[in-house]
Design a protein around this ligand. Structure first.
Ligand code: NAP
Length: 319
């Protein structure tokens, strides 16, 4: 391979939404892929991805999209991966490297375990995203300085190992830090750091909405910073998150059980006026936040670095 040759000659992006289009844009910027072809089950999404310049061409169906591709990116919700694996088995070119970007990895490994041996499927999870969806939401720098976790399948043949290396090089080329991990460990870690926080946000926003004595106008009008931050998380795509919880059931239930125990401790402390327990718990939160900022995973700026408030917004009321 000469130094100016891209890592992959032709990449097919299946589901060019937020993550798929961000990866397409990032690969183009890094010259990591030659031709980029897009396919989405919603023809309008594919046409928009083409109009935005995310992909060079669009394909009318899955077989046409993957024909001649040496990289196939499955950037759909996790629930679609099993049926896409069946389609890969029938149509992927021999030797093609396939990656997914799903937020759950055990379910993806299960779906990919019976693929043809000449399909080199390397499960990935870029831990980067926003609450938005669709090709318009994509941007090339999404993965820069973020982690991408690769959870290789249980294969140790030379072509597969070479594919894992190439996929690691691809994520490095788009600016991500790469970590290899077992799928089960990934699912437990992400249940705690991502899936549980989303579940809490969905619950909190739902609970506020259900308190009949508060009307929605009041919730919007008096929303304090804390509540608004939860609504940002709760605005995430419902299909994607449905599939995450269906696909990571065991680990999420484990994280949820631990959370319920902690919540009960706080409930008791509030009931009995136990300020020391409350203080200790809240101080632990501050320390963890500081560690996340020091690791460069978040800004230290007050109010998440929101520099300007929309006109008429009187500002935060958390205190
Ligand atoms: P998105 O913006 O909604 O894009 C997904 C696209 O895939 C949609 O256009 C969807 O079409 C299409 N699609 C669904 N099933 C398909 C199929 N069988 N064939 C072809 N296209 C299909 O979603 P996203 O946020 O990019 O998420 C994609 C994946 O990335 C998910 O697995 C998610 O877990 C993972 N991820 C997301 C984030 C995040 O913050 N959003 C972060 C890391 C990883 P329809 O709209 O018609 O369903």
């Amino acid at each position: 391979m000469t130094s100016d040759r891209p890592l992959f000659d032709r990449a097919a992006i299946i589901g060019p939404g937020l993550i798929g289009s961000s990866l397409a844009l990032a690969m183009r910027e890094a010259r990591a892929a030659g031709d980029l072809v897009g396919y989405d089950q919603d023809a309008d999404v594919a046409a928009r991805a083409r109009a935005l310049g995310v992909v060079d061409e669009i394909a009318p169906d899955f077989p046409a999209a993957v024909a001649g591709a040496d990289l196939i990116v499955l950037s759909t919700p996790v629930g679609a991966i099993a049926s896409l694996c069946a389609a890969l088995d029938a149509h992927a070119p021999a030797g093609a490297v396939v990656i997914d970007v799903g937020s759950v990895k055990g379910a993806v490994a299960e779906a990919a375990k019976d693929l043809r041996e000449d399909i080199l499927f390397v499960p990935c999870h870029p831990v980067a995203g926003t609450e938005q969806s669709g090709p318009e939401a994509g941007f090339a720098s999404l993965f820069r300085d973020r982690w991408c976790i690769i959870t290789p399948l249980a294969r140790d043949d030379a072509p597969y190992k070479a594919a894992v290396e190439r996929v690691g090089a691809l994520w490095s080329a788009v600016g991500a830090n790469v970590e290899m991990m077992d799928a089960g460990h990934h699912d437990l870690a992400l249940a705690v750091t991502s899936h549980l926080p989303h579940l809490i946000a969905f619950t909190l926003v739902g609970a506020a909405d259900d308190i009949e004595t508060l009307n929605q106008g009041e919730i919007v009008k008096y929303s304090a910073g804390g509540f608004r931050d939860f609504t940002r998380i709760a605005a995430s795509d419902p299909v994607m998150w449905r599939d995450v919880f269906l696909g990571n059931r065991e680990a999420v239930l484990e994280a949820l059980a631990r959370f319920s125990e902690e919540l009960t401790v706080l409930q008791r402390a509030i009931r009995w006026g136990d300020g020391e327990t409350l203080y200790k718990t809240f101080a632990r939160g501050r320390n963890l936040r500081r560690a996340i900022v020091e690791a460069g995973q978040e800004t230290a700026a007050p109010n998440f670095g929101r520099d300007k408030r929309p006109a008429g917004d009187p500002g935060d009321r958390d205190g």
